[in-house]
Design a protein around this ligand. Sequence first.
Ligand code: GLV
Ligand code: MN
Ligand code: MN
Length: 431
Amino acid sequence: LTTSAGFQHSELMEMQRILTAPHINSTRLWERHRAIAQIGATGRGGVNRQALTPEDAEARRLVLSWSEARNYSTTIDAIGNLFIRRPGTHPELAPVMTGSHLDTQPTGGNFDGVFGVLAGLEVFESLDDAGFVTKRPIELVIWMNEEGSRFTPATMGSAVCSGAIPLSNALETTDSNGTTVRDALSKHLTQLPKLEKRNLGTKGFAFVEAHIEQGPILEATGCQIGVVTGIQGLCIYEVEVVGFEAHAGTTPLSNRRDALVAAVDLIGKLQDEFQDPADVLRFTVGKFEVAPGSPNTVPGRVNFTIDLRHPNAEVLGRVGDAVMRICAGEIKRCSVTARPMLQSKPVEFHPQIIDIVRSAAVRRHLRHMNLVSGATHDSKFMSAQTPTAMIFVPCEKGISHNEAENVRKEDLFAGTQVLCDALVALLDTEI
Ligand code: GLV
Ligand code: MN
Ligand code: MN
């Protein structure tokens, strides 16, 4: 069938679908990013809003106030994950889910995590504004401690929610001042409005997380949308080196058990072991603490973290074994122990959810490509129980975990519209 204007009937149907679909409000989305960026602002363009700090609570309160203005209901689980729910006509059906995080690195940017939360809320409000009534409820999750910079490991909230880390282990984790997650969380609860509790564990009909790419590929290829097909594997270790504190002026070098000297030697050995000509393996010592931290005392203890990533589970397993072998026993007369904090295999997302994301990008005529995420995300743990995929948008020069992180307004808009179309499609789809 062809109309007098030369359109195929199927093309007209497609246009009608797009015209009647909810349209996200780019200005509202942008203004909200600006508002959240004020909370924990460092004055250098970035933010410091680490998990369970007063700044984290303030950002959560602001999002909750927007949600409350729309009468969405909110619940909180035992590890502090927040779930904002827009009801459907069939409350017994598993919800379609989206979400990300509001906590940041100590020198974090304004988009990592925030985008996925605000994009999700924007979808809810756009559904309202377009008068959309859905059969399934929709839930927006704000995960607790995605970044893992204050309390190790990263993605703690989703790891506990999915059963990958026992709740009690997570609650006993301490920050570098010795504050436990348990104490920080109970203080955090006093800084939030009173919320109904929900059981740990969640199973959605589908989960789609929008996030910035945090790498350079989309920008370099001129793509506005990354269709994320999976996430590389990640293992995090805490290493402790114990020597003996001694006087810096009186103790000969030959008599010392200097934990710092041993730790530096150890990191050199690890670096040699992890030479990778293909440059795919990622090895990072990002946190390094020396005790007692006094100029004139020989260090008696060093604690550091190892962040190890690879897309191949076998390779990751092998290098993980090497960490445990090298970080054990005695080195330079100091004792060394390593403790795995997170062992998370590479994941492949659900083919049908990936297809739904890709179709949404195609319909909106957005340049897109498939990507495997180098960064980790809560979607990894969600995908163990709920069909999951992610949407990436480009960030300037691929810079992230840096205060200079920047994203174009039009890319936030495109990513959120794709999220919206994908979620709407899921509300009608049987998987
Ligand atoms: C998340 O921030 C990560 O460590 O990849
Ligand atoms: Mn993130
Ligand atoms: Mn991050």
